[in-house]
Write a protein that binds this ligand. Sequence first.
Ligand code: ZN
Length: 389
Amino acid sequence: MKTTLKTNITVKDICEGFVYNELEGKGLFGFGGKLTIQPEYQRNYIYAEGDGKREMAVIESILKGYPIGLIYFNKVSENNLEVLDGQQRITSVGRFVTDKFAIQDENGNPQNFFGMAQDKKTKILGTKLLIYECEGTESQIKEWFRTINIAGVPLNPQELLNAVYSGPFVTLGKEEFSNSQNSNIQKWSAYVLGSTNRQDFLECALEWVSKSNIGDYMSSHRYDANIIELKKYFSSVIDWVFSVFIDVESEMRGLEWGRLYEQYHKKSYNPKKVWEEVQKLYGDLYVKNRKGIFEFILGGSTDTKLLEVRVFDDATKKSSYKEQTTKADKKGESNCSHCAIGHDANKETIWSINDMDADHVTAWSKGGATSAKNCQMLCKTHNRAKGNR
Ligand SMILES: [Zn+2]
């Protein structure tokens, strides 16, 4: 790959023909139409709204004569450049000189470009940028981009995949899943954790449809002109969750709904009964892991490991052990009640406390509490056989 350092391109040059898309909040073109600011493999413009401070800082730096850092262009052809790194800085500058935002002057008053003193305007427009133009094949550029990861905020795995498999499929996918203007985002947020501009929704949709083989999926669909399957699968999962669990709980966000859908969507559930069970478990002090409630119910309310039901404390275990062992000694039988009724060699074995585990006499799932009254010690073998029910 060939790189050339350009030191004579000015802010004025770059901002010529600057086009900003208000709806998507991103800069599109500049440099007299030669420059594509937002190529596919670039992240979304992150600090357009939310953090106006950073774009103000870019302008203030220029006014003070501070460097704003290296900018990298990918030279696609003589009249066609793409921003590899520096998209956010270029968009800030472009937005400022087209009066999209104001900075604060020395007295703290808002100051837009239009109303600025001529010498300051000249200073901004005349500022020369440090630009590396890189030339190489598509895969070289992308590989390089992936390796050095130069963007200010490190790219996350999905952003890298978008870069590596850029093309019509990624474009459509981002339009649907990385677009904060999409009115479905709010509904999806009940089940999906993350933000649109960091590609979390797209990643989730791909994760689900590909059964966790995102890279393979993106590679084989890279040149698809539609995302029908991706959209359909994603809505099927969301609609299924929505139909089984009629209330939205905060612990539902970010669960592996794709996997749960695959495993359980062919079973039928009574949403009202499911709702009652969710409520009951939410009110149960012994349930430590509320995130496990949904899978627990889907699986028929048997796998209590998912709920991390609170275990007996040591004091309770010791007192149960002592009581059981004293009684067993007198009767001349095992202190494990299951061994005592058996017919093997352990019928009279007195186990040490370390060889026993605490068990709920009445199963926790049948309403048995994790209290001394409901505690019995069983030998490890029998406790395991009985399971954690
Ligand atoms: Zn036993």
